[in-house]
Design a protein. Structure first.
Length: 157
């Protein structure tokens, strides 16, 4: 992803002349789709080959958090960015503390009922909910105006 994402970002900016907010939103939506599919494939994997495909999909979804931060940065006034980033960091920390016990309990329950992929189904479900929120959240029109500039300071067409 270290080489692919800058290329995709440049392609969307220069060739397709997408506004920075639209470009970041597109990367966010594609990333969450890969995360959801990757977790689902891993949960359903009958063998190591399919499992590896799921891992690759999860890897392709790795830009999600960064792209989502870029999207919300466009939507929040500059003077509130510190509060925004602090809130995001706090929520991420709480999620990381809760994930271990929750996924362990789901795995234990899955073993009892014979569904070893239960933690991955849960993760896929949470990604799907996040994806629905990102997909169906409308972008304010005042953020994307005709003639606005992109990240490079070039006028949009």
């Amino acid at each position: 992803m270290i080489f692919v994402l800058p290329y995709v970002n440049n392609l969307l900016s220069k060739r397709y002349k997408l506004h920075a907010l639209i470009r970041d939103l597109l990367v966010t939506r594609v990333s969450i789709l890969f995360l959801t599919l990757g977790a689902l494939v891993i949960g359903l994997a009958p063998n190591i080959g399919v499992f590896m495909i799921g891992l690759i999909a999860l890897g392709l979804g790795s830009p999600f958090i960064i792209a989502l931060r870029c999207v919300v940065t466009h939507l929040v006034p500059t003077e509130s960015l510190g509060t925004l980033y602090t809130s995001i960091g706090l929520i991420q920390s709480l999620g990381m503390m809760a994930q271990g016990p929750v996924l362990a309990a789901l795995f234990k329950q899955g073993l009892k009922v014979g569904i070893t992929g239960m933690p991955y189904y849960f993760v896929a479900g949470t990604f799907a909910v996040s994806g629905a929120i990102v997909l169906f959240t409308p972008m304010p029109e005042d953020q994307i105006e005709e003639g606005a500039e992109n990240d490079d300071g070039e006028p949009q067409s």
